[in-house]
Design a protein around this ligand. Sequence first.
Ligand SMILES: [Fe+2]
Length: 131
Amino acid sequence: MIQVQWNRKFEVGHERIDFEHKIFLGLIRDVSLAPQQGIQKERILRHLNEVKKYAVFHFTSEENIMFDVTYPDRERHIKEHEILLALLTDKTHQYRSEEIELDDIVSYLFEWFALHTTQIDTKLSHYISDV
Ligand SMILES: [Fe+2]
């Protein structure tokens, strides 16, 4: 079982983005803890839907910030968001049809989060502070 936990290294230094990241990671953490709490699969699938909807909200809010500051690397960043959403949708279907385990989704989400925040979002945050 993967340990999903907030770490200071995930902070990008932008108040709004960090705030939303904490909620996003909290939702992923709840999903990771669900099986050991005896939560039924149907409810876990509802929870994964909540993760996805929050991701859509959070990505929109980041993309609007990029738009406001005419961020030059906007397209590549948006592409990364789109890939996460597409893969999360695919993996959720696979989990529903028992082709993969919940842990596979959780590890994917957590690894993506760690990499994306520390590299891609940090770059955006630095750009904003320099504008
Ligand atoms: Fe991002």
